[in-house]
Design a protein around this ligand. Structure first.
Ligand code: IDP
Ligand code: MG
Length: 141
């Protein structure tokens, strides 16, 4: 598997729960390294741009309200198969259906406020990293 970068986000529900420690432990134990990190509150329009592919879905309005409702932690994770590995750590989109031990199962709230985001392919990772870390020179791990 290739060395990759993925955009990882700790969404506002989990930031509010103040459980960053176990999240970073899971990242480290998976052999991934945060190579860029920032905490910010997305505006509604930033959230809409980030989730533009979901524009037509019925929950788009509520989802982007939630995503802009409080601070989020944004990261670029780097490592072997980083995209798949991070999504594996997250578990299914719906925390209620996620495998025991996954981050969404442990810390997610519900299908909308599911705690975390992870890019799903190299192309989306490139878009999302450029969108949330614009113009940043990210030093490799
Ligand atoms: P993913 O985050 O696991 O890739 P996607 O299908 O890409 O899941 O959906 C993007 C985000 O939209 C999810 O992480 C979740 O916050 C929200 N979402 C997905 N499905 C639903 C739903 O049925 N109702 C409300 N929100 C949803
Ligand atoms: Mg997705």
């Amino acid at each position: 598997m290739a060395r990759e970068r993925t955009l990882a986000m700790i969404k506002p529900d989990v930031v509010k729960k103040n459980v960053l420690g176990p999240v970073f432990t899971a990242i480290e134990e998976a052999g991934l390294r945060p190579v860029a990190l920032r905490r910010t509150q997305l505006s509604k329009s930033q959230a809409e741009g980030f989730y533009a592919v979901h524009r037509q879905r019925p929950f788009f309005g509520e989802l982007t309200e939630f995503m802009s409702s409080g601070p989020a932690v944004l990261m670029v994770l780097e490592g072997e198969d980083a995209i798949g590995r991070w999504r594996e750590l997250l578990g299914a989109t719906n925390p209620a259906e996620a495998v025991d031990g996954t981050l969404r199962k442990r810390f997610g709230t519900n299908i909308q406020c599911n705690g975390f985001h992870g890019s799903d392919a190299p192309e989306t990772a490139a878009f999302e990293i450029g969108y949330l870390f614009p113009g940043m020179d990210i030093v490799p791990a």
